[in-house]
Structure formats: structure tokens, C-alpha cells
Design a protein around this ligand. Structure first.
Ligand code: GP9
Ligand code: MN
Length: 432
């Protein structure tokens, strides 16, 4: 009911953090490439196998002087995996504690999503993904998010042949190459989301598609991970080279994020070997949830930013750079460039991390040293943990209320954002 939304918005207002106004609108009116790196984890950055960098192109991009690179950025997905990452990235709303919010509520709910907002700022918006349009209910959800176009597998020539096997999506090199040519045709400014897929469990790859050595943990669903990650990196490098030739590299903002972990917590011994550790603690597992978040633009003052944050924060951070006011909007994240950022990262299961403490699998750790610490005889930890846990629980509960109660249909204070008409979007070839 409207009163329920009012309560959620009161919670958000109470916990609001002012954006960093020195960055407000610095990238206004630029094209946006939103690049979704499937199953790509932060530990792969600058990682080497037999002395060879797994991802030289992404490493160079990460360290580029015009790239803002976050090294304490976490995935916050639940069972919705990629679709939870998309729900957070496009709406700054969490997925659900079980199942996929996009699948269950994507068709029917009212959203105030990035494509719809930018669409009312003169942007043409398009999503690209070399898989079937119905996966994760994208074909319906994207109409609720306000995408003008959705280029799914149906839009790519001989896409089945371009897949490792039909069950998978298209190979990233072929997908990104063809996608760049579509994007070149888009009116500018555009907001284009590109979702890769080759670097996906169980990380097997055609022999002719990689020359990179597998790791030797002996775990068959882990040892190919660096090979498919290397392939994704090559595909990314080829895309950047092409865009540099077309001029789109210089007049666009590039936002890159890893959507969630690639290697799950069931592979502890393999993870220990990859990280060169004898054993893996719950602190190590929490750290292992980090994914890249990078923002590149010509002229943007780059650097490694240590602010603790997560996928829920991507939308407010981008909107501020694009000079789009989001006052009054129902977003659970905050601008990661804000100096007053509370730096509380909520995991979907209620665990959390901050620059001081980490709570993971019912254990507490010093976030700097990884040392396990105990509530008993530790009043500082007890007080902080209680406050952080309350905020995490309230954030997740309030976000769930917005999704399960479809509360945004009652939203009156959208600023100058107009509610969209889903029926006005038609991705013809993707409905088959
Ligand atoms: C499916 C692709 C992978 O289209 O996005 O989804 P995931 O299995 O990572 O959730
Ligand atoms: Mn995924």
C-alpha cells in the first residue's frame, strides 16, 4: 500500500548519503557502455598462471589513468545469480533471499530503472546478450526496465554455430564483434548493456579458442576458469581496439562489473591452491566474493578506490557522474565516490563486511588482518555489529517489500521521472 512505500522511503531518507558533487555531471551526455563480465572475480585482476597474466587487457584497463577501479567491491547476489546482479545494477534494488526477482516480478512490477530514466534524458537504450531472450525473463523484464531495444541470440547470424554448444550462449568474441557493429548504428547518446557468457560454469572451452594453460588444482570445474577468463579478456581487448578505431572509445563512459563469483564455496581446496594458501577461512571466502567495478572515461581522474561497496551502489554512482538527479528515487545503494559513504556491504544472506569488521558464516573478523574475533569481551565489536546488522537486515527487508509488494506503483515523488508504458516496447524478434 502507499503507506508501505512511505515507510521504505523514510528508511532510505534516514540512511541517505550525499553524493560527491565534485563528480556530478562530469560525464553528462556521454554514451554509456555497461559491460557485464560473466562470473568474473576480482582475484583474476593481475593474477598469473605460470608467469602469464590471465587477463592482460582488463589489467591494463584497471590500471589506466582514466579508470576509477574499486578493489573492495563485492557481489551481493542470491540464487538469482546474473539476474540479481542485473536487478541491482539497473534499479539499486536487491534480488530476493530465494529465487530470482527478475523472473518472478520482472514482468508485472513497476520499476524506476536506469534505461527508463536515461531514456527520458535523451538516451537510446539497448541491451545485448548472446543467449535466448527468455533466459531470466529478460524479454519481459527489459520492457519493465524501459529498454528501447534488446538484441538477444535471435538477432545474431548463425548464433548457434557461434556457441560452444547450443546450451550455452554465443562465444564472447563473436558476440562482442557483432554487437559493436549494432552499437555503431545507435543514435547517440546511447546506454548499451553488453552481457558476456563464455566465462561460465563449468568453464569448458573449445581447444581452438584458447592457448592459455589451465590451473592444476585437479578440480575439473575450476581448472578451466582461467582459460575462459583469458578468452573473455581477449574478447574485451578486441572490442576496445575496434571502438578506439570508431571514435566511440573517446566519447563514451565504460562501466565494467563482475556479476558474481565464478568458483563457489564448495571448492575450498581448489580455492586455497589458486590463492596459494594452506587453508581457506570464512574471511577468505568473504574476500573471494569481490568482483571488479571499473569506470573509465577520457579525462576522468582515475585511480584505485578502496571504498567498500557492492553491486547495489552501481546505479547511484553512475547517475551522479551522468548528472542525473535521483533525489527521492527508491534506491538502496549510495554513490561510491561520496566521502561520507557508510561503507557497509550487505550480502544477500545477511552477512556483511565493512572496512573494520567482517561477519561471514556466523564468524567475525578484523577486516584488515583477517584475524577471527569474538563478540565476547569485545564491546566495540558488539556495538558496531549490532548497528551494522540492524542496517543490513532493514535494507534487505525493505528492498524485499518493494519487490514483493510492487510498491513503486504507488510512487508519487519520482522527481521529473515519468512512469513508463511497458506496452510501448516491442522486441519483435526476441519474442519467438
Ligand atoms: C544466461 C547467462 C548466465 O543468459 O546470463 O546466467 P547465470 O547462470 O550466470 O545466472
Ligand atoms: Mn552470471
Amino acid at each position: 500500500k502507499p503507506a508501505d512505500l512511505a515507510k521504505v522511503q523514510a528508511f532510505l531518507k534516514e540512511n541517505s548519503i550525499p553524493a560527491n558533487m565534485s563528480y556530478y555531471g562530469t560525464e553528462k551526455g556521454k554514451n554509456v557502455f555497461m559491460i557485464h563480465l560473466e562470473s568474473f572475480q576480482q582475484f583474476l585482476i593481475d593474477y598469473k598462471v605460470d608467469g602469464q597474466e590471465v587477463t592482460p587487457n582488463l589489467n591494463a584497463f584497471y590500471h589506466d589513468q582514466n579508470t576509477l577501479s574499486f578493489d573492495n567491491f563485492y557481489n551481493q547476489v542470491g540464487q538469482g545469480k546474473t539476474s540479481d546482479a542485473e536487478m541491482m545494477q539497473e534499479n539499486s534494488l536487491y534480488g530476493l533471499s530465494t529465487g530470482s526477482a527478475m523472473t518472478k516480478y520482472g514482468t508485472s512490477n513497476t520499476f524506476e530503472a536506469t534505461p527508463a530514466i536515461l531514456g527520458q534524458q535523451g538516451y537510446t537504450t539497448a541491451a545485448f546478450h548472446g543467449d535466448v531472450p527468455t533466459f531470466w525473463n529478460r524479454n519481459n523484464s527489459y520492457k519493465s526496465f524501459g529498454y528501447n531495444y534488446f538484441f538477444s541470440k535471435n538477432f545474431y547470424k548463425n548464433s548457434d554455430k557461434a556457441s560452444y554448444n547450443v546450451g550455452y550462449g554465443m562465444k564472447d568474441k563473436l558476440f562482442l564483434q557483432a554487437t559493436a557493429q549494432y552499437i555503431e548504428q545507435l543514435p547517440q547518446p546511447f546506454y548499451a548493456k553488453l552481457i558476456t557468457v563464455t566465462n561460465h560454469y563449468p568453464y569448458d572451452i573449445d581447444k581452438e579458442d584458447t592457448t592459455f594453460p589451465a590451473t592444476k588444482t585437479g578440480d575439473s570445474t575450476v581448472d578451466g576458469y582461467v582459460q575462459t577468463a583469458h578468452y573473455l579478456d581477449q574478447a574485451f581487448g578486441e572490442l576496445m581496439d575496434y571502438l578506439k578505431q570508431t571514435g566511440l572509445y573517446d566519447n563514451s563512459v565504460f562501466v565494467l562489473y563482475g556479476d558474481h563469483y565464478g568458483i563457489s564455496e564448495n571448492h575450498k581446496s581448489a580455492i586455497a591452491q589458486l590463492l596459494g594458501k594452506d587453508s581457506i577461512s570464512n574471511y577468505d571466502l568473504a574476500q573471494f566474493q569481490k568482483v571488479p567495478f571499473m569506470i573509465h572515461a577520457t579525462g576522468l581522474q582515475g585511480g584505485i578506490n578502496h571504498t567498500y561497496g557492492g553491486e547495489i551502489d552501481m546505479m547511484p554512482t553512475l547517475m551522479n557522474l551522468l548528472g542525473v538527479s535521483t533525489d527521492g528515487m527508491t534506491m538502496f545503494g549510495h554513490d561510491l565516490l561520496s566521502q561520507q559513504n557508510s561503507q557497509v556491504v550487505a550480502f544477500r544472506d545477511g552477512d556483511w563486511t565493512t572496512p573494520t569488521y567482517t561477519k561471514y558464516r556466523n564468524q567475525y573478523f578484523d577486516s584488515k588482518t583477517g584475524q577471527q574475533i569474538y563478540l565476547k569481551d569485545n564491546p566495540a565489536l558488539k556495538a558496531t555489529a549490532a548497528r551494522v546488522q540492524a542496517y543490513v537486515n532493514d535494507s534487505l527487508t525493505n528492498s524485499d517489500k518493494v519487490i514483493t509488494g510492487d510498491l513503486l506503483r504507488f510512487d508519487k515523488n519520482r522527481g521529473n521521472f515519468q512512469k513508463i508504458d511497458k506496452k510501448s516496447y516491442d522486441y519483435t524478434k526476441t519474442d519467438t
